[in-house]
Design a protein around this ligand. Structure first.
Ligand SMILES: N[C@@H](CCC(=O)N[C@@H](CS)C(=O)NCC(=O)O)C(=O)O
Length: 328
């Protein structure tokens, strides 16, 4: 685990000293957008037109942020247009690597790098910052379009529609306000909340994070008792963003990140919602619990120095959920 400083790799764990033991995730650096005609998006510069097979996606199957991009790629039928390279689940002194000695770790099938930081250096030899997944790479300009998952899924949602992406709008205009509002508190207290609890280095920081997390889960349980998905009976990006955290919760976050007041399987609606989305066509194929469990338990030596992987719960996400019948 480390970061690049003016193009030089340094092995370093997250600094929580200056923030009272609180984990703070830094903002992503590459913020360009693929758009239908290459016009600039809401941030960054233009020149990234949607084209078949022009872009390549780098992911970890363990990572909830990268997982969003994989689910959206699947829902929109973008597999033939955007190929994927999968990093090794272990993230140690060299950060994410392209070792392929683990099932379903592909290596860097495009650029042949050994380490993900080399891809960042290819884009910017003087890059300073964290080296994270997912990364959307442009083969034409040989650079990173974006390393911000929330924006990559918006591009996938609509930029390739005219080229034959599958129909479906997961960020419909009429719901922008509602989705943005949900995303905001779910990101802070749930998606990033589990990390804040798990990486806290003071009791107070942990108590705050874990308290907010379970308050939000109670609120979500109530919302999901009213309709099938978060905004109603239509699946949106807000559901996908929540779901990639829920699918990791019982197998990892309960023990590894000390999020152990309740499991997702203790909540009727959240657990039904977890199974509902898992069972949508193509989604289960994006879930790799071996990568997920190896990554967390074996990479975070500061919180699990022995690297022992806990036994984990017995869960069958293929069990019927009945939410389609309940909310018609
Ligand atoms: N804002 C980013 C966050 C991505 C992120 O933090 N990914 C983690 C993996 S779960 C990572 O690569 N961490 C490496 C590091 O922080 O050094 C996004 O949503 O795309």
């Amino acid at each position: 685990m480390g970061l690049l400083v003016d193009g030089v790799w340094q092995d370093a764990w997250y600094d929580t000293k200056s923030t009272g033991g609180r984990f703070q995730r830094s903002a992503a650096a590459f913020r360009n957008w693929v758009t239908p005609d290459g016009a600039p998006g809401p941030s960054g510069r233009g020149g990234f037109a949607a084209e078949k097979e022009r872009y390549h996606l780098y992911v970890s199957l363990a990572c909830p942020w990268a997982h969003r991009a994989l689910v959206m790629r699947k829902l929109k039928g973008l597999e033939p247009f955007i190929k994927v390279s999968v990093v090794h689940p272990l993230m140690l002194e060299n950060g994410w690597t392209f070792g392929n000695d683990f099932p379903d770790a592909t290596g860097d099938t495009l650029n042949g790098h050994d380490f993900l930081y080399q891809l960042y250096l290819q884009a910017d030899p003087h890059y300073s910052g964290r080296v994270t997944v997912p990364v959307l790479w442009d083969k034409k300009q040989q650079t990173i379009v974006s390393n911000e998952s929330s924006e990559i899924i918006r591009m996938f949602n609509s930029a390739f529609d005219a080229l034959g992406a599958r129909a479906g709008d997961y960020y419909p205009k009429a719901l922008h306000g509602q989705i943005d509002e949900l995303n905001d508190w779910i990101y802070n207290s749930v998606n990033n909340g589990v990390y804040k609890a798990g990486f806290a280095t003071s009791q107070q920081a942990y108590d705050e994070a874990v308290g907010q997390l379970f308050t939000s889960l109670a609120r979500l349980e109530q919302i999901l008792g009213q309709h099938r998905y978060l905004t109603g009976n239509q699946l949106t990006e807000a559901d996908i963003r929540l779901w990639t955290t829920l699918v990791r919760f019982d197998p990892v976050y309960v023990t590894h990140f000390k999020c152990d007041r309740q499991r997702i399987s203790d909540y009727l609606n959240l657990y039904g919602f977890l199974r509902d989305i898992y069972q949508l066509p193509g989604v289960a194929e994006t879930v790799n619990l071996d990568h997920i469990r190896h990554h967390y338990f074996c990479s975070h030596k500061t919180i699990n120095p022995t690297g022992i992987i806990s036994i984990g719960p017995q869960q069958d996400l293929n069990e019927p959920h009945g939410r389609d019948q309940r909310f018609r």
